[in-house]
Design a protein around this ligand. Structure first.
Ligand SMILES: NC(=O)c1ccc[n+]([C@@H]2O[C@H](COP(=O)([O-])OP(=O)(O)OC[C@H]3O[C@@H](n4cnc5c(N)ncnc54)[C@H](OP(=O)(O)O)[C@@H]3O)[C@@H](O)[C@H]2O)c1
Length: 440
């Protein structure tokens, strides 16, 4: 580092990268006034140097040789905002190996190769910071790794995907069905042409894997996260939730349990009926929020924009200033070593559930269904029956919607299997967990 100027190499100049370059330009005087340091965007790597960009930088700064930027001896800090696993992984390992602090917004890379990259940063004695990778613009990772470092964290639950939250909000507030709400999200640029990663929960799964690692000091990858998305949520589910004072949200959950052989964890993504009185139920549109429960601190919530060029660049810039200050003082942030921790099998997880069945609309059916629940030790909290047949309709079909008291997932599965073979049950529809705060 040459005096007070920190030379920054940026890998990628798309949505986040271009916002970052503009934000550094806007905020450099403030950064200098508060830290005594100035940031200089010295090199930018992109795939296509001929593409026009919404920022003005000298053409000599931009290159398509990302490895030359990552290993350039004159560069002090590397920011990776290109995305993807390869070549991002190789570039970051090279930069860390060359002793450069790294800032990344790349959740997919950290969820798959976090341990390797954190070990490389530790070995080099430099920062690897990733605030933007989990909740975009919400500064949540730094409180988790610093303020809550010694807190016995029990559970972290988040709405960590803005696209799905927007779709669920529109289904609830505008009465849109799933496909119309998805099409609207796509037309507004909230959802990709191929929305699979968002709507099937994979994006949130990568984020909660990172959160579980930091919150519990455990080795967790995306492959450890059980994942269910929102594409099967129906207008009937939304209407049921509203009638009973719930909002349906896609939750990413990391949880720690005391097991007979030490701590166990669960990391999962699934839709959930959240009571309207819970703060997460009030998180609307494309906003994100992360709700932390600690043994000592109690409940905390972080709320804001989980994506978008400027919010994400804000989180990247916070990390960049931190890394620059650390570099000057010869310090670096350390996460300690991640240890293997047993994953609690999903069958053992306890939850309340909302279940929806299509059944014959005739006498004796309710008793038969209640009998199956009783045989499996699963108790019904509340039940609604709606006839789906008109007066002259020979279909004689009814929908039964139930909420069951907390039960293990394996008992719920075997109950559903047994219901599925009852003559009077035509089909099993939605099965969605219900958030019960008292169970923690
Ligand atoms: N967008 C968000 O709201 C958001 C929020 C949180 C986290 N993130 C994360 O931030 C990262 C960047 O996202 P983004 O939305 O900014 O992506 P983006 O708009 O697609 O930009 C990617 C940039 O990387 C460059 N690039 C890709 N592959 C390259 C390669 N092999 N060599 C050199 N340059 C390469 C592209 O070059 P060209 O411009 O020449 O194609 C482009 O400038 C991702 O990891 C994403 O998950 C994004």
């Amino acid at each position: 580092m040459d005096g007070s100027v920190v030379r920054v190499g940026v890998l990628g100049c798309g949505t986040v990268g271009a916002s970052l370059v503009a934000l550094v330009d806007r905020q450099n005087a403030t950064i200098h006034a508060r830290t005594g340091l100035s940031l200089e965007i010295s090199r930018i790597a992109v795939r296509d140097v001929s593409r026009s960009r919404p920022i003005s930088v000298e053409s000599a700064v931009v290159t398509s040789d990302a490895m030359a930027v990552a290993t350039d001896p004159s560069i002090d800090v590397i920011v990776e905002v290109m995305g993807g696993i390869s070549p991002a992984r190789e570039l970051l390992l090279a930069a860390l190996g060359a002793g450069k602090p790294v800032i990344t917004a790349n959740k997919a890379l950290l969820a798959a190769h976090g341990s390797e990259l954190f070990a490389a940063a530790e070995a080099a004695g430099v920062d690897l910071l990733f605030e933007a990778a989990v909740a975009g613009g919400i500064p949540f990772i730094r409180p988790l790794r610093e303020s809550l470092l010694a807190e016995p964290v029990l559970r972290v639950m988040g709405i960590m995907n803005g696209t799905t939250n927007y779709i669920l909000t529109r289904m609830s507030e505008a009465g849109a069905d799933y496909s119309d709400a998805l099409a609207e999200a796509q037309s507004l640029g909230y959802a990709e042409a191929d929305p699979t990663a968002d709507v099937e929960g994979h994006d949130a799964a990568a984020k909660i894997a990172i959160v579980a690692s930091i919150a519990f000091g455990a080795e967790v990858t995306g492959a450890d996260v059980e994942c269910e998305g929102i594409s099967k949520i129906t207008s009937d589910d939304i209407a049921f939730a509203k009638r009973h004072d719930f909002a349906i949200k896609l939750l990413a959950i990391a949880e720690r349990f005391s097991g007979p052989n030490g701590d166990e964890l669960s990391a999962r993504v699934h839709p959930c009926l959240v009571p309207n009185a819970h703060p997460l139920a009030a998180v609307r549109d494309s906003f994100n929020a992360v709700f932390v429960q600690g043994e000592a601190v109690g409940d905390l919530m972080f709320y804001g924009r989980g994506a978008g060029g400027d919010p994400t660049a804000s989180a990247v810039l916070g990390d960049l200033v931190d890394a620059a200050v650390n570099l000057q003082s010869g310090a670096h942030a350390s996460l300690g070593a991640f240890v293997p921790m047993a994953i609690r099998p999903s069958g053992q997880l306890e939850a309340a559930w909302y279940l929806s069945l299509r059944v014959d609309d005739r006498s004796g059916v309710l008793a038969a269904i209640a009998g199956v629940f009783g045989e499996h030790g699963v108790s019904i909290d509340s039940m609604e029956q709606h006839s789906l047949s008109g007066p002259d309709d020979a279909a004689n079909e009814a929908r039964i919607d139930l909420i069951i008291h907390p039960a293990s997932q394996s008992d719920v599965r075997s109950t559903l299997d047994a219901l599925g073979v009852l003559d009077s049950v035509r089909s099993i529809g939605s099965t969605i967990r219900v958030l019960i705060e008292a169970d923690r």
